[in-house]
Design a protein around this ligand. Structure first.
Ligand SMILES: *Cc1c(COP(=O)(O)O)cnc(C)c1O
Length: 343
């Protein structure tokens, strides 16, 4: 198989149209079979539910070339399950997770030449998504939907090593206690755009959101869960019903406990605990970057600095990062069921 002629190492994290995408339509109460297509355009009613009332949800996962030359993807069943939950909460029809996994594998297989080679640092990012395509003018769920998956090659998230970032505690809220924070809905991102642009304008890489009810507990950022490490190597991650259940974070919890022998705590984490210096390392985790180390949190001018500093990942974070990426790239044996071989 010939790979596409692309400067893989210098690709950014952007959209690049590839050869095939998957499309399925929901009409008259049922999904059709779905099929691959080369058509990268979507044609829908001007009154589509997604355009009027933002009825949409999405997923994100990656395909990798392993050290021994296979093409694989990582835990797509969890993305399928999460999309089912997002659809239910948004009154959209469920696209069954078994079919979701099959469709992901089909899209990767059809775009094999776009899966970056091992060692390039690049990966093939898959974007499954679903939206209300039927017309809606009174406020109600659409009665027609489209589910699609496209693939786009993305470059190494960190060019020249992962430098720690600075984040701020924001006054904006991301998710209400009984709202939609736990599902991957487009609307959660639409309303985070103002906060992120404002953070960037003020020199911060990200917003760290607090729980909306009490504003005392750490939740997550706009698109990544948060992990903390205690000086004794305990892995701590916030627990809350309004946090999006990150596949990366859940995988890191397993890796910390079963591969690295670290103690793992999923519990409430207060801002006061973070300010007290209880943690020596901190990071964001998600599919895109795996882990981005946080060197400092700015809380309205008060600086919370982590012992790991502003130059490199802390030692525990680095071990977590190396182990999880080692599993994804086939250098380290994976737990049963984590790796799906495409060829
Ligand atoms: C997608 C997402 C994450 C990361 O989830 P992964 O499954 O690890 O990619 C974290 N937080 C939010 C709000 C997200 O939308």
């Amino acid at each position: 198989m010939e790979k596409k002629n692309i400067d893989w190492a210098n690709l950014g994290f952007g959209y690049h149209s590839t050869d095939y995408r998957f499309v399925a339509n929901y009409k008259d109460g049922a999904w059709d079979e779905g099929a691959l297509t080369t058509d990268d355009k979507v044609v829908i009613s001007e009154c589509a539910g997604v355009l009027q009332y933002s009825q949409s949800c999405f997923e994100g996962l990656k395909a990798y070339t392993t050290e021994d030359g296979h093409i694989v993807t990582f835990r797509p069943d969890l993305n399928g399950e999460r999309l089912e939950n997002s659809a239910k909460r948004l009154e959209m029809p469920v696209f069954p997770k078994e079919k979701f996994v099959e469709a992901c594998l089909e899209v990767i297989k059809a775009n094999k030449e776009w899966v970056p080679p091992y060692g390039s640092g690049a990966t093939l990012y898959l974007r499954p998504y679903m939206f209300g395509s039927g017309p809606v003018i009174g406020v109600k769920p659409a009665d027609e939907y489209q589910f699609r998956i496209f693939a786009t090659p993305v470059g190494p998230y960190f060019k020249g090593g992962a430098k720690p970032i600075v984040v701020r505690i924001t006054d904006f809220d991301r998710a209400a206690p009984h709202g939609t924070g736990h599902i991957k809905a487009g609307l959660n991102y639409a309303m985070s755009l103002h906060a992120i642009v404002d953070a960037h304008n003020n020199g911060y890489a990200e917003n760290m959101y607090l729980d909306a009810a009490t504003r005392t507990k750490i939740e997550e950022t706009g698109g990544a869960n948060i992990i903390f490490i205690k000086p004794d190597g305990t892995f701590v991650t916030p627990k809350s019903n309004s946090i999006l259940p990150s596949v990366t974070r859940r995988s890191l919890e397993y890796v910390a406990e079963h591969y690295l022998g670290m103690k793992v705590e999923e519990r409430e984490v207060t801002l006061a605990e973070v300010e007290s210096g209880a943690f020596s390392e901190c990071g964001l985790c998600g599919t895109a970057a795996v882990i981005s180390p946080i060197g400092r949190i700015d809380d309205h001018g008060k600086e919370i600095c982590f012992a790991s500093g502003m130059e490199e990942m802390g030692p525990y974070t680095k071990k977590l990062y190396d182990t999880l990426t080692g599993i994804q790239m086939g250098r380290i044996e994976a737990p049963e069921g984590w790796i799906y071989k495409v060829d």
